[in-house]
Design a protein around this ligand. Structure first.
Ligand code: FE2
Ligand code: FE2
Length: 235
């Protein structure tokens, strides 16, 4: 199924690039980093899995966007594959992961026969992907914006709920359903309603995800507070 999903991205050697990125992140893990940037050892969050999910969002956004002016599909896919490849390095050196990403991306592309100008363009997308404030710039490169929006759409919606649940348990193995409820109310819900994406296509996907989160929380409140908002059983 994974192979089919990767094949559906197109004809370029995305499989080879993904294998390289996976290996790069795993090499960092065995040398002391965890390749995740957050909580990974406790609940198995890996940057490689994140990367594949972001690829899915980037492709969806590309397909959903009617005006493809200045969009470069293959460059977007490649930048997405490499966008967090430097995580393992940065965890060991303490440098910004995007800086490490640039070197890894540029080196891979140049040593695999990509034109230097194109390699530089893609490495630049990768190097800027963390600077999410640029999303408000009306002149932002459209491929960079799409990479940023795809990056943000992961860890969101119901996946965000599952992730936050795992984070709560990783922080406290005795955490209860009620502790999860508190976390959702205090962090998950406000975070998911603080929408950073700007294009109509990304906003529609964000809203769809937020709606499922809201629906979940609406039901979960009833589950966890069977006596209503003033239920005192847990206080
Ligand atoms: Fe990143
Ligand atoms: Fe990312």
């Amino acid at each position: 199924m994974e192979e089919a999903a990767i094949r559906s991205l197109g004809k370029a050697d995305y499989r080879g690039m993904l294998s390289f990125v996976k290996h790069t992140l795993e090499a960092g893990r065995t040398e002391g980093g965890n390749g995740s940037g957050m909580h990974q050892p406790e609940f198995g969050y890996t940057r490689y899995e994140h990367t594949k999910r972001v690829l899915g969002w980037a492709k969806r956004l590309y397909d959903l966007t009617p005006d493809k002016t200045a969009l470069r599909y293959e460059d977007l896919m490649i930048a997405t594959i490499f966008h967090d490849a430097g995580r393992a390095v940065s965890e060991q050196t303490g440098e910004d992961h995007a800086k490490a990403d640039v070197l890894i991306t540029r080196n891979w592309l140049l040593s695999n026969g990509y034109d230097p100008a194109r390699a530089e363009y893609i490495a630049n997308l990768v190097g800027l992907h963390s600077e999410k404030w640029r999303m408000q710039d009306p002149d932002i490169d459209r491929n960079l914006l799409m990479l940023m929006e795809a990056d943000l759409l992961d860890d969101m919606g119901l996946l965000g709920i599952v992730m936050d649940t795992l984070i709560v348990r990783a922080g406290n193995p005795d955490a209860t359903f009620y502790d999860c409820y508190n976390h959702y109310e205090r962090y998950t819900h406000p975070m998911q309603h603080d929408c950073p994406v700007v294009t109509p296509e990304a906003k529609a996907l964000w809203d769809e995800k937020t709606a499922s989160t809201d629906r979940f929380l609406e039901q979960y409140r009833k589950d966890i507070l069977p006596g209503g908002e003033n239920y005192i059983g847990y206080r």
